[in-house]
Every structure is written in structure tokens, then in C-alpha cells.
Design a protein around this ligand. Structure first.
Ligand SMILES: [Zn+2]
Length: 377
């Protein structure tokens, strides 16, 4: 078993971080810092090693280095700040980290408190300071100081989907048990229609296994809620994927909608879960028209291959072509737009809301049924 584990890609930085530990004495009397839902999601991912090599919230030098050069101060690739915002510096050397409901999750040993320039962070991470951008809006509403330090998490957050809650150590053990070495990760925050089913299967043709890893943390208003999506994934996989080649598990991160930088961050996290490959479609983690179509793919060129280690698999949009008689993309199909079954997101939503199934070439009927039920007023 250990040799099967050794054959998997190494975690980012070489070791899987584990910041879980027993509840220390005297936690109840510590000063409390209340975390936002996104900060709590980050905390839990630090605990599980999903954000290896991070062992806590970032200090100023790492923060600056990540903003400026997409590397930690030790030179390791890292594309997004993972910070904890507070109103004021704590008085003690140790604080308790709590949720908005008062639940205590962790202690943080205070290393540093520093101020930061919100606009600069927005510009460098999101490439915009427009407050209509959902990630920038969260940033602009943050408290004014960052509190840095290592964390010890003694209370894990309850998962919305306990059956899908697998930490990096657990996905790695599962991959090893199945004898997989090359595993492709697929990030999604949408139901999987035929186009994305096709990408995952094309990728799976070249590797040992597929991790369908839907993000279940915060998303923006208007995105399809995770419980509906999870039901769609189950129906799709039951009907159309070989069970012994696929693992479905929840990715607990909150969406930042940082486009290119988030694509790198998503890839690094999936490396920690044991993926050797990562699917990057057009406009990965994008929103509105803030990023160019290929920006999230091109940004991988800013890293030498060994820096990320995980291999991005870049894809074009795909569709059913009536002449090819198959799924295809502009890379593989020579026919025209009128031969292709392409529907806009708006059109699909209208059809579903009207109780109408999209064409079978666009969505599997089992998935359409779940969505129609969810859209029913
Ligand atoms: Zn064609």
C-alpha cells in the first residue's frame, strides 16, 4: 500500500500538511476571532492539507511575494493570498478561531498583524477593482488588517455532503487502493452537460482515473446550488461512467472568480489531493468578461513544468456535431456552426424552467430531469 501511495504525485512542497490536533486547554478563555464562511473554508483546507504547504494564514512577506510573483518567499508556486482579515490586532499571543454561530474550530498562534492595500490586491489577483466582480466585492468588504500565524484545528466543519467529504489523504489512499498513478482532476461548479462529460472522458482515455471534484463552498447568487448539482453528478455517473475509474468528491473551497490565478490555485490544490493532471477549459474560474477566453490556460506558461508538477490538460469548448455524429470541438470538427448543437446558458435555463428537456445531444435526460425538478417554481 505504501508503495502504491508513493507512486502518486507528491503533494505541493513535498509533504502533506496536517494541521489537525487535540483541543488545547483554556481555549474557551482565549480572545476570539470570527471567520467569514470563506475564511472558514480556507481554514479547513489548511487543516486537511488541501493547501499544502500552508500551515496557517499568510504573513506579509508571503502575501507580497504571492501578489507580485505568484510564488511564496521560498520560491514555491502559489497564486492566491490565503489570509485572515481582522479589525484590530489581538492582545494575546494565541487566539481562538470561531464561526459566526460561535462554534470554536481552531487556535491561531499570532505571528504578525499587518495592513494591506485592498485595491492593489484586487488589481493583482482579479485584474480589476470593479466592485461588480463577485470576488472583488468580497475583498472590498473585508476587515482592514491581516492576522497571520500557524493554526491547529480541533473541530472540523460539518460537510454538507458527508459521503463526498474526502480529505487529500483519503483521496490519495483511494487512488492507491485502485492502483492509479495518473489521475485527472476536474473542477466544476455547474451541472455536467454533454460538453464537460466529453472533456472528462477524453482526459480519462489517457490516464488511470478521474476525480470529479465539484466545488461546494460559497458561489455567487444565480449559480446552481450544490445539492442540486450533487444529485446531477450522481445520476450522470451512475448512468454513463465506469464506477471503477471515477471518484466523486466535494472540493470544500469557496469560489473567488479570480480566473487565471484561480486556475493555478485549483491545480495546486488538486495536486495535494493526488491528481497528476488537471482539466483547464476556456475561461476557467472566470466571471462576466473580466478575463480573456484563454487567459486561464496561458497563465500556466508563466511556470516551468517542474514548478507545478501537475500537468494542465487544456480544452476547447465542445459540442455535438450532427455531421460528425459525435461530440467534437473546433479542434476536431471541420463543420459549420449550423451543424452543431450549441445552446446558451440562458436558453438552457429557459427550457428547464419551462419543464422542457434540452436535446439529448446537449444534456443527458437523467440530468435534465433533476434540473427541471429544481427549477420548478
Ligand atoms: Zn463535425
Amino acid at each position: 500500500m505504501s508503495s502504491a501511495l508513493d507512486r502518486l504525485i507528491k503533494p505541493h512542497g513535498g509533504e502533506l500538511v496536517d494541521r489537525t490536533g487535540p483541543r488545547p486547554d483554556g481555549v474557551d478563555s482565549l480572545e476570539r476571532v470570527v471567520l467569514s464562511s470563506r475564511e472558514l473554508a480556507d481554514l479547513d483546507m489548511i487543516a486537511s492539507g488541501a493547501l499544502s504547504p500552508l500551515s496557517g494564514f499568510m504573513g506579509r512577506s508571503d502575501y507580497e511575494s504571492v501578489l507580485e510573483s505568484m510564488r511564496l518567499t521560498n520560491g514555491l508556486a502559489w497564486s492566491l493570498p490565503v489570509c485572515l482579515a481582522v479589525d484590530e490586532a489581538p492582545k494575546g499571543e494565541r487566539v481562538a478561531l470561531a464561526g459566526e454561530d460561535g462554534t470554536l474550530y481552531a487556535v491561531l498562534d499570532v505571528a504578525e498583524v499587518y495592513d494591506y492595500d485592498v485595491k492593489r490586491e484586487a488589481e493583482l489577483c482579479y485584474r480589476t477593482t470593479d466592485e461588480a466582480h463577485p470576488g472583488v466585492a468580497v475583498l472590498l468588504a473585508q476587515k482592514p488588517l491581516y492576522l497571520a500565524g500557524e493554526v491547529t484545528v480541533f473541530e472540523r466543519q460539518a460537510s454538507l455532503f458527508p459521503e463526498l467529504a474526502l480529505d487529500p489523504a483519503a483521496t490519495r489512499a483511494l487512488f492507491a487502493e485502485r492502483g492509479w498513478r495518473r489521475v485527472v482532476g476536474f473542477q466544476t461548479r455547474n451541472p455536467i452537460h454533454r460538453a464537460h462529460e466529453y472533456l472528462t472522458k477524453v482526459a480519462l482515455e489517457t490516464v488511470d482515473g478521474l476525480l470529479i471534484h465539484p466545488l461546494v463552498g460559497d458561489t455567487k447568487a444565480g449559480d446552481i446550488p450544490p445539492d442540486v448539482r450533487v444529485e446531477c453528478y450522481h445520476k450522470l455517473i451512475e448512468g454513463y461512467y465506469p464506477a471503477d475509474r471515477v471518484v466523486v468528491s466535494a472540493f470544500p473551497a469557496a469560489m473567488r472568480y479570480a480566473g487565471p490565478r484561480e486556475a493555478i490555485w485549483h491545480a495546486i490544490c488538486r495536486k495535494n489531493y493526488g491528481c497528476s493532471h488537471f482539466i483547464v477549459g476556456r475561461d476557467h474560474a472566470g466571471v462576466g468578461s473580466y478575463y480573456g477566453t484563454y487567459d486561464a490556460q496561458l497563465i500556466f506558461d508563466e511556470f516551468a513544468p517542474h514548478e507545478l508538477d501537475i500537468e494542465p490538460m487544456m480544452f476547447e469548448h465542445s459540442f455535438w456535431c450532427r455531421v460528425c455524429g459525435s461530440m467534437a470541438s473546433t479542434k476536431t470538427c471541420p463543420h459549420g456552426a449550423s451543424d452543431r448543437v450549441v445552446l446558451s446558458g440562458t436558453k438552457v435555463r429557459e427550457m428547464l424552467a419551462a419543464g422542457e428537456e434540452p436535446p439529448i445531444e446537449f444534456t443527458r435526460p437523467e440530468v435534465a430531469d433533476v434540473l427541471i425538478e429544481a427549477y420548478r417554481p
